[in-house]
Write a protein that binds this ligand. Sequence first.
Ligand SMILES: Nc1nc2c(c(=O)[nH]1)N[C@H]1C(S)=C(S)[C@@H](COP(=O)(O)OP(=O)(O)OC[C@H]3O[C@@H](n4cnc5c(=O)[nH]c(N)nc54)[C@H](O)[C@@H]3O)O[C@H]1N2
Ligand SMILES: Nc1nc2c(c(=O)[nH]1)N[C@H]1C(S)=C(S)[C@@H](COP(=O)(O)OP(=O)(O)OC[C@H]3O[C@@H](n4cnc5c(=O)[nH]c(N)nc54)[C@H](O)[C@@H]3O)O[C@H]1N2
Ligand SMILES: [Mo]
Length: 818
Amino acid sequence: MATTDRIAEIWGTRTPYGPGETWPVRVDTHLAEGVDPGDVDRWVPSASILHSNGDGIDIAVKDDRIVGVRGRAEDRVNHGRLGPKDLFGWQANGSPDRLTRPLVRKRGTLVETSWEEAMDRVVGRTKELLEEQGPSAVGFYTTGQLFLEEYYTLGLVAHGGIGTNHVDGNTRLCTATAAAALKESFGCDGQPGSYTDVDHADVIALYGHNMAETQTVLWSRVLDRLAGPNPPQIVCVDPRLTPVARAATVHLAPRPGTNVALMNGLLHEIVANGWVDDEYVAAHAVGYEELATRVQDYPPERVADICDVPAEQIRHAARLLGTAERLLSTVLQGFYQSHQATAAAVQVNNVHLLRGMLGRPGCGVLQMNGQPTAENTREAGADGDLPGFRNWSNDEHVKDLARVWNVDPMDIPHYSPPTHVMQMVRYAEEGSIRMLWVQATNPAVSLPELARVRSVLSQKRLFLVVQDIFLSETAQLADVVLPAATWGEKTGTFTNADRTVHLSEKAVDPPGEARADLDIFIDFAHRLGLEDKDGAPLVKWSDAEGAFEGWKECSRGRPCDYTGMSYDKLRGSGGIQWPCTDEHPDGTEHIYTDGQFWSAPDYCESYGRDLVTGAPLEPTEYKALNPSGKAVIKAAAWFPPHEQPGEDYPLQLITGRTVYHFHTRTKTGRAPQLQAAAPEVWVELSVTDAAALGLAEGDLAEITTPRGSVRARVRISGIRDGVVFLPFHYGYWDTDAGHEPDGTGRAANELTVTDWDPASKQPIFKTAAARVHKVDDGGGTPSSAPTTAGSAPVGYAVPATVGGPAGTADENLTGGTR
Ligand SMILES: Nc1nc2c(c(=O)[nH]1)N[C@H]1C(S)=C(S)[C@@H](COP(=O)(O)OP(=O)(O)OC[C@H]3O[C@@H](n4cnc5c(=O)[nH]c(N)nc54)[C@H](O)[C@@H]3O)O[C@H]1N2
Ligand SMILES: Nc1nc2c(c(=O)[nH]1)N[C@H]1C(S)=C(S)[C@@H](COP(=O)(O)OP(=O)(O)OC[C@H]3O[C@@H](n4cnc5c(=O)[nH]c(N)nc54)[C@H](O)[C@@H]3O)O[C@H]1N2
Ligand SMILES: [Mo]
């Protein structure tokens, strides 16, 4: 047993292993001060909720309070390990400022009320609007942080009951491109890769993915491979010097917004050097010729110009990808939150198709998720999809869904894909969406161009319902606030980025009158009197397990088939990967084995889109392109981002994350160790840019784009020249430093642009033109940016970020092979 400062040692102690070996076990535990493992009354199995990795966790309960967490040794995802957010983030559950009673706005202020009155208001307004205008007046904006059962129920209520097409999740900001890229290439959502691919791969490529900070346990797995015999080679594509970049064999640091050009350069080399698996391509894919022609325009020298990356590095990276025997690729927000997001992510799929690297150990693509339950939002139909990956433009699929729900197919809107959130904001702005019900997301901090978002959400004519566990910046603007129970306080299942399903059972009671999101949705449906076509209640379950059984039927025969699972089977299981059926009762580690895809015209989830305009393909066009259900190789030309640096705004702004915080910090900002490790917003600049602007470490700078300004202390980091980085975690619920009347604030999204990828509709958080100037001298005091990861200082000393005694955790390595 070792005790480690897990704020300072983010990834904990190494347990090296070699290719094809099993990743050793290391069990991480953190308990509240003064609590010993022997004091714990019970350990309740769950999984992590502060990222998409799905690490198995036991929740420690003492005197009906959560007092800590321990990794689950038997879990297939983490083999016992936990990251800093998992170890310390649970403390937010017990925060004294949890919402405990519903609030309603009376004479301008939010006041506490009963559930009866709050739900009366919500149901009353819904009924009025349905009568006056019909379903198009009502919109739902949900999340990637509830449970599968909750999304499925919400999708049923919204699509099948109310009949509105305005249903989306914050997954639009997060994994919309993952889904879109999988649909384009394979005809259907569904993750080709598995985390065990890390155990086998000889090359791992990370595209716009700072795995070291955002999926710390998966990165531990990579680090353990790197520390063992025959380590994999790492390719990193990121404009910042992240821990991934530091560990890489080749680090390509392109100009933001040039991913498609870079990918085309890599594909150019793969084609030109004969590294294509011709047999695989001929047997299992369509579209190769067009790609081969397209990438002729992208020789390394031209790409080097566009991306500002040396041609030699492009060749080196391409050689690694082109000669790998087992290639694993991961893709995340550096690609997804970009103007050609889907086009870029699809090119990563193309690398795997060209090389025949799918469906075998070590050969996987992980079009990553970010949020813990984003996969479920997608599969259960609570975002811009129909449940079970059904195709909204295939009438047979809509009919089949209507059969499952016992409603008329015409009652399920499918005249177009469900409305994406940026369009919903526009409809609210124009006044056609008059009620918006927001659950478990904080758009007043997380959507782009906040001044506009605030003005839309605070309009008098918009009835805003916010369902949260805290009085977030968004809840502060609401007409009705519904207090929710959260992880540890309610039961449900969720699915991580590699299709692993965990059951998370209620460990303790929620505070006060807070209620599970599922119970709120069911109560709403009953109060509204929603019925199926035979006059029975539309929602036929009253608890999570009942909802899960309902979902299983909905998933039957679809790619995300859960019919072989049950709560009993999941309980303490270590995670089961879908599809899980009678034929595959233990789940399925690799899909797309033997080059078989879910892309047949009558089965696929999507007919695809034009990557430039986003226009959906007609069924007949898809059938002509891909009659026998192969994979689709889609080529794309590079276009520059819409907002380019120029005279007034000479720099490029990108935004993202730090290891210690989760999103708008409503949870991690209330965990003392995490908040202390990254207490304030900062801005990262390169050595050269800082010098040119007369800025030193710790100086106060103002960052301005055409939308607004943010003030932040300077961290001189390893970011590439011409680019500035802001973490987007810092709203203002915990500080007086709100947005000023002149639009100056500290939330990165004061600066970002209202624009999105045409195919996935994912907003662009990673390219805007910006300028920076000095406001105040820091007097030699460094900024408080963490020193441990992507924001590490370059070229000078700053006191290291540490956790001290409060930041320690135990590591039990007895299962390890050190
Ligand atoms: N600690 C922590 N972990 C998290 C979360 C969190 O908030 N905190 N959130 C979770 C969620 S919901 C998500 S979606 C994931 C996100 O996980 P990541 O995608 O890994 O995180 P980001 O920091 O948003 O972006 C990743 C990298 O993209 C790079 N980048 C920016 N612009 C470009 C570009 O044009 N091209 C390329 N190639 N790269 C670029 C940035 O420099 C950054 O290092 O993390 C999950 N895990
Ligand atoms: N500039 C910039 N903006 C970004 C990004 C970026 O990289 N840069 N990333 C985008 C991405 S990928 C994401 S995922 C979003 C995240 O953005 P948000 O979804 O807005 O972020 P969170 O802080 O996770 O908000 C979740 C809310 O749900 C509440 N909550 C937590 N658990 C529960 C529960 O069980 N029930 C209920 N009802 N409420 C709960 C929390 O208190 C919190 O208010 O931000 C996006 N915005
Ligand atoms: Mo996300």
